[in-house]
Ligand binder design. Structure first.
Ligand code: FAD
Length: 445
């Protein structure tokens, strides 16, 4: 299918415009470049995919609109699931990340104005997971990006095209022809031919839009504020999720007794929390902790994010696969979005490397549908679960209030319910990729 709709600059986030030189082994005007797989977007998901493909015997192109170093300055942190740990172990990047990330050995769930506190511990997930003594980890954006970049440093099979913005994709029967705008003093166009284009270009994915792939979902009535704080008392390596009527409030432990907070509130309230003075902001956090963490220090600017639920109608078409936020987005409660993207990567890599070894065409829709069948339902389950959590807990309608109190009580007392919740949220549910299985072996040795 020929597709000529350009990805115009107006569809791009302003930050995505190329700003500096064209890196990589090809000069921008050296004629078409041929790749087996071209990844558009070098966020954490795109970078992970490039690492996973670097020894697959495929020629890989990695296109990123922002300068390579941009990811190193982002002040964000993510909860990483046990399954992400296994996949990163399988990729050989975990040991390098580990000294710079924090693990948590307990999750504490509580309704803000109600006594029932649920403690989730590794043993609630069963004997096997107790070996690490962790239920998950928290990693900062720059740590993940730096480790993945280091892994790609000597990868001869991966060519960086950065900063370069993908502005057009023309789909033919046997390849996709991509037009990239690179910039410096004079803007230049570069042509790339690829057997498979992977869109890892984030939630607004211009590639998905131009390919005519519809999405389903909604914007939430809430926004999220993130910030890094340092409490006076130890965070004790506990991940806290407190449910307030206005929305969930997560506190994730980071190294050096720092915490990443993710505070969800209706848009107006969130905007107000962004604008109040530092003192007032910290006083509000302190009120929410009931003074339990002692004096609080704000270490980063407060960032505001809109929140949406989105599932793409399909994840693939001939010569195109969507991964990460380009394919789906969920509410941040439970910290699942990036983890789902990492599992997409592990599944896609397994499908296309197996196809490549069998001599199949890796851009063929039938091949790519194996990836879509694997991931779409699993992701939908998490989308549904996080939506349900947010709706049940961000509500003051009395029947729902009673229901959630009952749920917390049941969860507190019934081990199988704790197991089920952890099974889903640690990513252990669902089909395990070969990368994750390799990572699990490493973990046990
Ligand atoms: C408040 C908040 C808290 C969250 N907390 C967690 C958490 O704790 N755990 C978790 O797992 N998830 C969390 N998430 C979700 C997580 O942030 C996302 O799922 C994840 O960042 C998506 O990564 P990505 O690589 O798919 O997309 P992005 O990070 O958006 O990367 C896309 C990349 O594509 C590039 N790009 C775009 N268009 C083009 C183009 N045309 N040409 C070239 N390059 C292009 C962009 O420059 C960018 O670098 C949270 C989300 C929010 C909003």
């Amino acid at each position: 299918m020929a597709l000529t709709q350009p990805l115009s600059s107006s569809q791009q986030h302003p930050d995505h415009r190329p700003q500096a030189d064209f890196l990589g082994s090809h000069a921008p005007d050296s004629g078409p470049i041929d790749f087996d797989v071209t990844i558009a977007g070098a966020g954490i998901v795109g970078l992970t995919l490039a690492c996973a493909l670097k020894d697959a015997g495929l020629k890989v192109g990695l296109i990123e609109a922002k300068p390579r170093e941009a990811g190193l300055s982002q002040r964000r942190a993510y909860a990483l699931t046990l399954m992400t740990e296994r996949i990163f172990r399988g990729l050989g990047v975990w040991e390098q990340m580990l000294p710079q990330i924090a693990g948590f050995n307990q999750i504490r769930l509580a309704e803000a104005d109600y006594g029932a506190i649920v403690h989730l511990r590794p043993e609630d997930l069963g004997a096997k997971s107790v070996k690490t003594g962790k239920l998950g980890y928290v990693g900062e954006h720059y740590v993940l990006v730096q480790t993945l970049l280091d892994q790609l440093k000597d990868a001869a099979s991966v060519t960086w095209l950065c900063p370069a913005e993908l502005i057009q994709a023309d789909y033919q029967a046997d390849a996709v022809t991509l037009t990239l705008a690179t910039a410096g003093d004079t803007a230049k166009l570069q042509t790339v031919r690829t057997r498979l284009l992977v869109a890892a270009d984030g939630s607004r994915s211009p590639i998905r839009t131009a390919a005519g792939i519809a999405t389903h979902g909604w914007q939430y009535w809430q926004s999220c504020i993130t910030a890094v704080i340092r409490p006076e008392k130890s965070h004790e390596n506990i991940a806290r999720e407190h449910f307030w009527e206005s929305g969930p409030f997560a506190t994730l432990p980071l190294p050096d007794n720092r915490c990443q907070i993710v505070l969800t509130a209706p848009h107006a309230k969130a905007q107000q929390m962004l604008e109040v003075s530092e003192t007032e902001f910290l006083a509000e956090l302190d009120r929410r902790y009931g003074g339990q963490l002692g004096k609080l220090e704000l270490l980063s600017p407060r960032l505001l994010f809109p929140v949406q639920l989105m599932q793409s109608d399909r994840y693939t078409q001939s010569r195109l696969a969507l991964v990460g936020d380009a394919a789906h987005c969920c509410h941040p409660v439970g910290g699942q979005g990036l983890n789902m993207g990492i599992r997409d990567v592990a599944a896609l890599v397994q499908v296309i490397t197996a196809a490549h070894q069998r001599g199949e065409d890796i851009g063929n829709r039938q091949v790519l549908k194996r990836y879509e069948r694997w991931r779409k339902i699993e992701n939908l389950t998490i989308l549904g679960f996080t939506d349900l959590l947010d709706r049940i807990f961000s509500n003051h309608w009395m029947p729902l209030v009673m229901l959630r109190r009952l749920m917390l009580q049941v969860m507190r007392l019934a081990r199988p319910v704790k197991f089920l919740a952890l099974w889903l949220m640690t990513g252990v549910a669902g089909r395990h990729s070969n990368l994750a299985k390799a990572g699990k072996l490493n973990q046990i040795q």
